[in-house]
Design a protein around this ligand. Structure first.
Ligand code: F3S
Length: 644
């Protein structure tokens, strides 16, 4: 049967399940990547599995997010990441080497491979024909330990690119156009697969700009075929041996289709405050919206060609007096190449402010715009407040449109700049991997260095055959992960220190909760509807687990939090009769006898309220694999037991 590209790669990596859209499958992971903001937890989790060396073909730890060093915490994290990588077979990309996705594309991504990264823009490597997905830290840790990655078989959307881009129209305009059509929810449960004659005219970095922002569609990932352009890019990176041709079968079928005509595409811009709020730049041109900041960089748009184009526009000009232009080259490779060929001098001469090769303003690490400012960025997200300035208006655009705004001082169609500077790929990229440290050849001799803020990861114990525990907390409906595990400047730096961060669990609801739960040793939480809504943060399950919470009984769950509870070995139960919620009080002792037998026998479990002398029924809705994870005390223990 004819297959599309997504089906081909999944089939080649399939471990379990059937390739039927919506059904659970698991796949083998070839490569992993982490960045520093999520990496510390992923490596603590990997350490806790007791697997001495990673079992992937390649794992890379990048430092690109928290590169500001205003306290010891970030520097300590970097030192931990470097030593833990050396010990366990992981490559370490030092701070200064660049943004994880840009560097991975340049130096490591391979066509046809699976890549799992603890960052939502991991699909950038789809520009190389890699099936690249973002996931939580624990999923990355499991993949590094050799475990399969579980996901629902996605639908595949064909995006056919017709024709070729006109001058001053860029790859960014293509993905903004796709966002305009599909919206930020349009990619959920889907892989976006690019085909058509227009593909051939796009270089790999241009394709990567498009797959990068597939994350903004909510897509599982996005992917381009591996073709002559891929071969040329890999050759120029000195990696010709990594090339493998890869394409969908000619008569492959897709679940949905979208056609984008590049011949008629105009420069686009995403208006505040959503990446799908897209209009053609020319539709705003009459308003001459004044701009106070322009930022060029991020994992979306900071390749060699992007920076060369910026330099070509700025050459001999001056940044508008009302605009602050900040530039962060995506990698040391890009930075060094534009320094050596003189383009950097043109950028500086025009009045740009240069930042290091890192995420920088994209993650709110400096360069917050002035209050009420308009900032035009080559980045991928423009949610309210993300820039660090609550009332700033952030527009997302191509480097070409950013350059026009920097020079003219207002949002302008780059066609106003006149003749289009054609930028070719370089003869050869400058290859110098000295900032990527290979893992140690003598891992036994490596000491993993932990600062005072990095504590060992607490691991759950097997769920005993009987559970008798008091109710440590009873809460109502719509409890968010913010209620359970608050964020904020005080709490976030404790992300690698579970004993310390657990002191903040539920404090906004009940300041006594952490001390009480700890004193009880093990306990159960009772909740209402939509328990755990909000973010996907793992700590909202991990920290209660540390405090001894063994089970949660509620009226209904938010999906991701329930998955996190399972991952950390907390039994997620649901009342069969919602009225039973009213019969339980905080402090009551509840008991489940023959737990293992009851879970395995069916979906229903009988719970005794020992204090009140009553019984009630709950359901668990766990798959066979999830039951094994719960009985093992969580995904870490389960993975260890699989002896992978
Ligand atoms: Fe970094 Fe922003 Fe990309 S935080 S990984 S540059 S989305």
């Amino acid at each position: 049967m004819a297959k599309n590209l997504t089906q081909k790669i999944i089939e080649a990596h399939l471990v379990s399940g059937e390739m039927v859209a919506g059904q659970e499958i698991s796949i083998r992971i070839d490569q992993t990547l982490t960045q520093d903001a999520t990496g510390t937890m992923a490596y603590l989790q990997f350490e806790a599995m007791g697997v001495p060396q990673v079992k992937t073909e390649l794992s890379v730890s990048y430092v690109d997010h928290n590169t500001l060093q205003s306290g010891f915490e970030n520097a300590d994290d970097h030192r931990f990441l470097q030593t833990v990588a050396a010990k366990h077979g992981i490559h370490f990309s030092r701070p200064g080497n660049g943004i994880c996705h840009q560097v991975h594309l340049e130096r490591f991504a391979k066509p046809g491979k699976t890549l799992l990264g603890s960052d939502s823009h991991t699909p950038t490597a789809g520009g190389m024909g890699s099936l690249a997905m973002g996931a939580g830290g624990l999923d990355i840790a499991v993949a590094m330990a050799g475990g399969a990655f579980y996901l629902n078989m996605p639908k595949v959307v064909k995006v056919e690119l017709k024709g070729a881009l006109k001058p001053w129209t860029a790859a960014k305009d293509i993905i903004l156009e796709v966002l305009r059509h599909l919206t930020v929810k349009g990619g959920v449960g889907r892989v976006i697969e690019y085909t058509g004659e227009g593909v051939a005219s796009l270089s790999v970095p241009e394709r990567a700009t498009i797959t990068n922002m597939g994350a903004e569609l909510g897509a599982t990932t996005s992917i381009f075929p591996s073709d002559e352009a891929t071969r040329v890019y890999l050759e120029k990176q000195g990696r010709g041996g990594d090339f493998a041709p890869l394409a969908a079968d000619a008569d492959a079928t897709y679940d949905e289709e979208l056609i984008i005509d590049l011949n008629t595409l105009e420069p686009n811009v995403a208006q505040p405050h959503s990446p799908d709020n897209v209009v053609a730049v020319k539709d705003l041109a009459d308003k001459r919206i004044p701009v106070q900041q322009v930022a060029v960089g991020s994992c979306t748009n900071s390749s060699y060609t992007d920076l060369m184009r910026l330099a070509a526009v700025l050459k001999g000009k001056t940044v508008h007096p009302n605009v602050s232009l900040v530039v962060s080259p995506g990698s040391k490779q890009v930075f060094e190449m534009i320094a050596r060929n003189g383009a950097l001098a043109d950028i500086l001469a025009a009045g740009a402010r240069l930042l290091e090769s890192a995420c920088g303003p994209c993650i709110g690490m400096g360069q917050a715009p002035s209050s009420g400012a308009v900032s035009v960025r080559s980045f991928n997200r423009n949610f309210e407040g993300r820039s660090g300035t609550a009332d700033a208006s952030v527009y997302l655009a191509s480097v070409e449109t950013c350059a026009a705004a920097a020079v003219l001082g207002y949002i302008a169609d780059p066609n106003e700049l006149g003749e289009f500077p054609v930028i070719e790929l370089p003869e050869q990229y400058l290859v110098d991997d000295r900032l990527v440290l290979a893992p140690s050849e003598n891992p036994a001799d490596v000491e993993v260095l932990r600062g005072p803020n990095i504590k060992p990861l607490p691991v759950n114990t097997d769920l005993a055959d009987a559970l008798t525990a008091p109710v440590s907390l009873k809460v109502g409906d719509n409890i968010t992960t913010d209620h359970i595990m608050p964020a904020g400047a005080k709490v976030l730096p404790l992300r690698s220190n579970i004993p310390a961060i657990s002191e903040h669990v539920y404090v906004r609801v009940d300041p006594q909760f952490p001390a009480r739960a700890k004193e009880l040793g093990k306990s159960v939480i009772i909740g209402g509807h939509n328990y755990g809504q909000g973010s996907s943060r793992e700590h909202a399950a991990l920290a209660p687990m540390y405090l001894g919470v063994k089970a949660v009984i509620v009226k209904s769950y938010a999906r991701i939090h329930r998955a996190n509870l399972i991952n950390f070995g907390l039994l997620p139960l649901t009342f069969v009769n919602e009225n039973d919620y009213d019969t339980i009080a905080q402090g009551d002792e509840v008991a489940i006898d023959n737990l293992t037998e009851q879970i395995q026998a069916g979906n229903e479990i009988t719970v005794k309220n020992v204090t009140k002398g009553t019984t009630f029924t709950v359901t668990h809705d766990l798959t066979g694999r999830q039951i094994d994870i719960i009985l093992a005390g969580g995904l870490l223990n389960y993975t260890k037991k699989q002896a992978i």
